[in-house]
Each structure stands twice: as structure tokens, then as C-alpha cells.
Design a protein around this ligand. Structure first.
Ligand code: FHN
Length: 492
């Protein structure tokens, strides 16, 4: 009897184990998948709630590419400076890659002060940092046991990742570790799918190396809140659906609460970000790079972040910002509100130089943004989509019973006219201009016998408001019950 029971238990366990290997699909899925998304809808835990409330983040791209800073043997390269190792191509004037791979021997950022960076980020109003622990060149900014191509072997020697994690953590800024799967330095790294046995063996070695480095990062820096993956588009990696899925599970089990975006892995049909059933793989949509969604509908309720450069496309340090399109603090404020009004976070990139200095242009922008967030932060931190159509004046964001109107385009007549749909359950009661904490007059517009689906409210701006930057009107909302339409709807 005992033996029969044991057999039954073993059988049940075996069938569960087999079941776990089977492709699965929910009622709404069209394709059975083993390595697709493992969740429907957004994460609801505390850590993810925290992520949602950040609003503003800072990205830092730093590595040995900061030494050439966009220049190579007297020539200027306008492509993204962190890619300079690859700009030489076949006609490189010297053994470009080899020279690049030896640059670390000069990496000695004597001016680097993690506390200074963290203080600047705090003053800017950043709530999280994404820091490049290793970019595509493969140089590890921490003393990794799995490669010699790391910070310990530079003249600088000290662990940069640790200093950054500790300094930002001390400022109350959450840290996410950027990690590139592309690794131009590792002998086993392949971009194309390995074809020969030798290549396959080398790539297997690279996969183990990748796993080791990721576990090492989470072991060394347990304060990190998440991993921000990049360089995952190579055909070789896209083929690794099982390996990447297993690894993601392992990393999550190793570091409970870990946040990972949608860039990490592909499903067994090579679909990235969204699996073959259209479900997002990862905790938030990570495809908004240097662009913002046009409207909230395209997001379908998903969490997302947007990473943004200040110049057009430079992440690492380039000593020449040649473009005439360098985003100002106002441009970035506009983008920040654009993101938050659609439930996203905006992450602004900084590329310190080879000595560890954040360039003056970036520092100025950070300081200006900081002046703005200090006064108007309520409109972004923890604030969300308002449920209202986007106003032409700028953006609405909402937190509890407060509606924030960030005005980017000030009306020339000095009156903000709000159109609130009758179906909206709340209506404006009081309005305050956050800069100067000035109470504003608010009136309901009498529409006479005409009217549409909206109720209109006018907010009078102070006559002497000399707005040289976007400003925020905080509007208290109260319940709007019994607000039927007394006006005649247009008969068409
Ligand atoms: O190739 C990189 C690029 O250098 C930079 O790191 C950005 C940041 O999101 N990611 C890649 C391009 O998508």
C-alpha cells in the first residue's frame, strides 16, 4: 500500500514536471508557447508600484569609450561615441579594435566622485538611476572574476559600480544595472547564429559567462532594484529563448522583486518584447528609446519607460556636440510630462568624460530641471494619466484628488479654458499656481443654450505672470454628481 502511494506521488510529480515543459496558452492566446510571457497584465507588487511612481530617472553611460570621446586618430566620428570601437570597419587606419581594447590601461578617472554625481541627480529630481555596468565593448566597471577586462586592471583599480550604487542609494535614488548582452571582447561572443561546432561551443561558453556575470552583479550589489538589458537583438541571442527564459527565472528567484524590462529575451519564434501572442515579456515595455508614444491608446495599459539623450544620439561622452538639436531643460520638461501623463517614466542620459566629469552642458541642464522639479514635482512623482483628453496647453497628470495642468503653451489671453467631459466623475474646485503658490480664480463657463459633452471652466492666470518656463496649475477636484446636460446637444 505504502509503495503504491509512493508510486502515485512520483507519477504525479513526473507528470507535473513534464507538464511544465509543455507549451501553454491561455483561452485568448493563439499560439502555445514555452518561452513566451508568463504573466497577463501588469505586476502589482510594492516594488513595481515604486517603479511606477518614479517619473524621472537618470541614465549614465560610462566606460573606456569616454577616453576617445568621439575622436580617433585626429578624426571626429559623429556616430554614437560609445560605439567608436566599431566605427573603423575594414578600412580602419590602424588596428583600431586592438587599440581600443587596450584603452582600459589608460582608464584613470581621477575626477570621478560618485557622491557628486548622486547629489547632482538628487538635485535634478531623479528617483532612479540606470548605470552601464558593461556596454557592448565588454569592459566591466566592476572587478568581475570572469574576465580580466575589468576596472581592477586599470590604473584606477577601484570598483566603480560599488561606489555608484552606494552613493545613489545614500541619496535615496534606486539603482538599476544596465548590462549589454553584446560583448565585443569575449572570445565566445557571436552576433550571427553559430554554424560550426567550434562556434557553438564558444557561444555556450559565452552564455555561461553571461550568466555568471549577472549572478555576480546581483551578489555584489544586492541594493540594485533591477537589471536594464541592452544589445539583445543579435540573431544568436534571439535564438536562446530557453536559455534566456531559464536565466530570467533564475535571476528573479535569486533577487526577489527584481525588475526586468521587455528587452531581455525572445520567445521560441524569435519575437522580442512581445511574444507570439502579443503579450509583453518582462515587467515594463522597454522599446521607447529616444521616442515617445503619440497617445495613451498605443500603450494598452502597459508600464513603460523612455530613455532619452540630450543630443540627438550620443550616449557615451562625445567631446563635440555638433548638432543644433541639443535638448534644453524645457524640451526635457515637455518630454517628462508627456511620459508621466501617459503613465511612463522619462530617463535622461548623461555621458561623463574619461576623467569622470559630467560635462557642463549636462550639469546646467540638470540644474535647470532641478529648479523645475523642486517647485513642480507634485505634477510628476506618483502622478498618472488623468483620464482626460490632452489639453493643447500642455499636459494633465493626476494624483488622488489633484489634477495638474502643466502649461507648455501659455494662452495669449491669459485664461486657461478647461474642457471636462460630463462623464468625468470629478470637477475642478480650487486652482493654485505652484510657482509662487498663488491662488487662481476659477469659474464655470455659462454656455447658455448651447453645449456639448464637456463642461468648461476658466482659470485666470495672474496678469503679471512672466512664464519663461513651463508652469503647473494644481487643481483640486471634487465629486461631480448630478451634473446632467442641461444644454441642448447639437442635432446633426
Ligand atoms: O547600442 C545601444 C546604445 O549605445 C545605447 O546604449 C542605447 C541605450 O538605450 N541602447 C543601444 C541602442 O538601443
Amino acid at each position: 500500500m505504502k509503495r503504491l502511494f509512493l508510486c502515485m506521488v512520483l507519477l504525479a510529480l513526473a507528470s507535473r514536471a513534464t507538464y511544465a515543459q509543455q507549451p501553454t496558452k491561455s483561452k485568448t492566446d493563439t499560439t502555445a508557447l514555452k518561452y513566451g510571457s508568463h504573466r497577463s497584465g501588469n505586476r502589482t507588487d510594492e516594488m513595481m508600484e515604486r517603479w511606477r511612481s518614479y517619473g524621472l530617472g537618470q541614465f549614465i553611460h560610462w566606460g573606456v569609450y569616454a577616453i576617445p570621446g568621439g575622436h580617433w586618430e585626429g578624426k571626429t566620428y559623429n556616430g554614437a561615441a560609445e560605439w567608436i570601437r566599431s566605427w573603423g570597419g575594414a578600412s580602419a587606419p590602424t588596428d583600431w579594435k586592438n587599440t581600443y581594447d587596450n584603452l582600459y590601461k589608460q582608464f584613470n578617472p581621477v575626477d570621478f566622485d560618485a557622491n557628486k554625481w548622486a547629489k547632482q541627480a538628487k538635485d535634478m529630481g531623479a528617483k532612479y538611476l540606470i548605470f552601464t555596468t558593461k556596454h557592448h565593448d565588454g569592459f566591466s566597471l566592476w572587478p568581475s572574476k570572469y574576465t580580466d577586462y575589468n576596472i581592477k586592471n586599470t590604473p584606477y583599480k577601484k570598483d566603480i559600480v560599488k561606489q555608484v550604487v552606494d552613493a545613489y542609494d545614500a541619496q535615496g535614488i534606486d539603482v538599476y544595472l544596465y548590462f549589454s548582452i553584446i560583448d565585443w571582447n569575449h572570445p565566445g561572443y557571436r552576433s550571427a547564429v553559430p554554424k560550426t561546432e567550434k562556434d557553438s561551443l564558444a557561444y555556450e561558453d559565452f552564455k555561461q559567462f553571461t550568466r555568471n556575470q549577472l549572478l555576480e552583479l546581483l551578489t555584489n550589489y544586492p541594493k540594485a532594484k533591477g537589471l536594464w538589458f541592452d544589445g539583445t537583438w543579435d540573431a544568436a541571442w534571439v535564438k536562446q529563448s530557453k536559455f534566456a527564459d531559464d536565466l530570467e527565472k533564475e535571476l528573479r528567484a535569486f533577487h526577489p522583486g527584481l525588475i526586468i524590462g521587455s528587452r531581455f529575451r525572445a520567445d521560441e519564434h524569435g519575437k522580442r518584447h512581445f511574444d507570439s501572442n502579443g503579450k509583453m515579456m518582462g515587467d515594463y515595455e522597454q522599446g521607447w528609446e529616444r521616442k515617445l508614444p503619440a497617445d495613451i491608446e498605443v500603450l494598452n495599459g502597459r508600464d513603460w519607460d523612455c530613455v532619452m539623450t540630450i543630443p540627438p544620439n550620443q550616449w557615451g561622452y562625445n567631446s563635440d556636440w555638433k548638432s543644433s538639436y541639443i535638448k534644453t531643460a524645457h524640451d526635457l520638461t515637455d518630454m517628462l510630462l508627456h511620459a508621466v501623463s501617459m503613465n511612463g517614466n522619462l530617463v535622461i542620459n548623461f555621458g561623463p568624460d574619461g576623467k569622470g566629469n559630467i560635462r557642463p552642458e549636462e550639469s546646467n541642464t540638470a540644474a535647470k530641471l532641478g529648479e523645475w522639479t523642486k517647485v513642480n514635482g507634485e505634477a510628476i512623482y506618483g502622478a498618472k494619466y488623468s483620464g482626460l483628453p490632452k489639453p493643447d496647453y500642455g499636459y494633465y497628470t493626476k494624483k488622488a484628488n489633484k489634477l495638474f495642468l502643466t502649461v507648455i503653451n501659455k494662452p495669449v489671453n491669459g485664461t486657461l479654458r478647461l474642457a471636462i467631459p460630463r462623464s468625468y466623475k470629478q470637477k475642478p474646485a480650487n486652482a493654485v499656481l505652484l510657482v509662487g503658490n498663488i491662488k487662481l480664480n476659477i469659474t464655470t463657463v455659462d454656455m447658455g443654450m448651447s453645449g456639448d459633452g464637456d463642461v468648461y471652466y476658466d482659470i485666470q492666470l495672474p496678469a503679471n505672470l512672466n512664464a519663461t518656463s513651463p508652469f503647473v496649475v494644481s487643481i483640486e477636484l471634487i465629486n461631480a454628481t448630478g451634473r446632467g446636460n442641461n444644454f441642448g446637444e447639437a442635432k446633426t
